[in-house]
Design a protein around this ligand. Structure first.
Ligand code: MN
Length: 457
């Protein structure tokens, strides 16, 4: 049990979905199997080339800010962040320092410091015998950086924040935000303290899953507590990496301070006055917001009576959420049917999917038809499960599938009555025969009574 209070601030980078890179016309396709094909003199930093701001990328970040209820900048500019590394061909990264596009805002109860726009670096690989290799397909891809205030106090809160941000970026369509692919990268600034003064912070990088975010924070709390309690020694302000295999953090380098980067406004790029661009007006941005994850969750519960845990599933998984809504639209708002749709998706269909993200050949309409058959009594719950499995694997119409595989449940009331009557009649006859065997015959009964009455003789 630690008496130290944990404080965490997160920095999240997300690659934005745009047609072209941040400052040139090269395709934004960092995962192209062929290295160094999406490049041009601008993103390769040839002398004399000039960057041009990608309007779609600016729009994406302003939409994120709108969703977070943030303050959107009217004046903004880009700065050069100077440092040397082979993955940064210009010798600086174009980023934003003093005037980020977005300030403040809140997500999942966590206060946001800022969201700014910058460019991604190239990707280097140090494997193989050829020495280090650099692929510039990613160099210059639009990158959004979101920084929270240091207001997170548990590892779980940090994980929940990152999950909610991923859902938001996907709902807005601004990023696929896949952590395993590095489309969304989380860094955690972690410190512990017994007082209100924050302790020395450590920045942990290479967190490529929500679980590693949570585990790295828990690991750091333990490591720092040992240093502070066990002494002698002190926490070093540094950047640490996360070793997924060992489930440990390891020291990477001493952390640079902002002044080491010699930030200054990029003289090659124009300053932006956001209010001069009609589609960037606050009202326009607000009016074009799609349904946001927290709004969707609330609506599913309110309108359809979906269980909160299932509302979470339908919000987090766009395919399952879409299937649910398509089926509901096909069947109409009828609570019992909706409850069946909800159950068949979250238990039976999810079971058939076996961890994949494919719903097979099932569509909203065919699922609705299946539910209608269950409600009409044409399918038993066993028959419905079998029909769904075939529907998932092969597609087709539920009624035809059930007929073909003899899964239709007999449901003729008159036939049922006749069947019940026959069974009862049969049982009754058997019962009567049994009784007759047990009862004494009339003759026997007479003899007995005679014996009894003449007992004294
Ligand atoms: Mn950054």
């Amino acid at each position: 049990m630690s008496e130290y209070k944990l404080t965490v601030g997160l920095e999240v980078h997300a690659e934005l979905k745009t047609k072209t890179k941040m400052f040139c016309n090269s395709a934004n396709d960092p995962f192209n199997a062929e290295p160094n094909v999406n490049i041009c003199p601008v993103c390769m930093a040839h002398p004399g080339t000039l960057p041009v701001i990608n309007k779609q990328a600016v729009h994406h970040v302003l939409r994120v800010g709108t969703a977070l209820g943030s303050d959107l900048a009217d004046f903004t500019e880009f700065d050069r962040k100077n440092y040397f590394y082979p993955d940064i061909p210009k010798g600086y990264q174009i980023s934003q320092y003093k005037y980020p596009l977005v300030s403040n805002g809140i997500l999942n109860g966590i206060a946001i410091e800022r969201v700014h726009l910058e460019e991604d670096t190239a990707s280097s690989s140090h494997e193989g015998s050829e020495g280090s290799l650099v692929d510039y397909n990613r160099a210059g891809v639009p990158l959004m950086e979101l920084v929270t205030k240091p207001v997170i106090h548990t590892a779980e809160e940090a994980g929940a924040f990152a999950r909610e941000l991923q859902l938001l970026l996907r709902a807005l369509g601004v990023s696929d935000a896949n952590m395993e692919k590095g489309e969304m990268r989380v860094e955690a600034n972690i410190s512990i303290s017994k007082t209100d003064t924050l302790g020395t912070k450590v920045e942990v990088k290479n967190l490529n899953s929500f679980r590693s975010v949570e585990r790295a924070i828990a690991y750091e709390v333990e490591r720092m507590t040992k240093i502070l309690d066990g002494g002698p020694g002190e926490i070093v302000q540094e950047t640490r990496g996360w070793d997924e295999g060992a489930q440990k953090t390891f020291s990477q380098r001493k952390k640079e301070s902002a002044h080491d980067y010699r930030y200054f406004p990029d003289p090659d790029l124009p300053k932006l006055k956001i209010s001069e661009i009609p589609e960037f007006a606050n009202e326009v941005l607000r009016a074009t917001m799609p349904e946001l994850p927290w709004e969707k969750r609330a609506r599913l519960v309110r309108e359809y009576g979906v269980k909160p845990e299932n509302a979470e599933v339908f919000t987090a998984d766009q395919t399952l959420g879409g299937l649910f809504e398509d089926a509901v639209n096909a069947i109409g708002v009828d609570r019992p049917s909706i409850a069946l749709i909800e159950n068949y998706i979250t238990s039976d269909l999810v079971g058939l999917m076996k961890g994949s993200d494919s719903i097979g050949m099932v569509t909203g309409t065919t699922l609705a038809d299946l539910i209608t058959m269950i409600k009409a009594g044409d399918l038993s719950s066993r028959g419905a499960k079998d029909t769904l499995a075939i529907l998932y694997a092969e597609g087709g119409h539920p009624h035809e599938i059930a007929k073909k595989h003899n899964l239709i449940q007999k449901n003729d009331i008159e036939a049922l009555k006749k069947m019940v009557a026959e069974i009862l009649e049969d049982k009754l006859q058997k019962f009567l025969r049994t009784i007759q065997l047990l009862l004494p015959t009339t003759k026997q009964a007479k003899q007995r009574s005679f014996n009894f009455s003449s007992g004294k003789e």
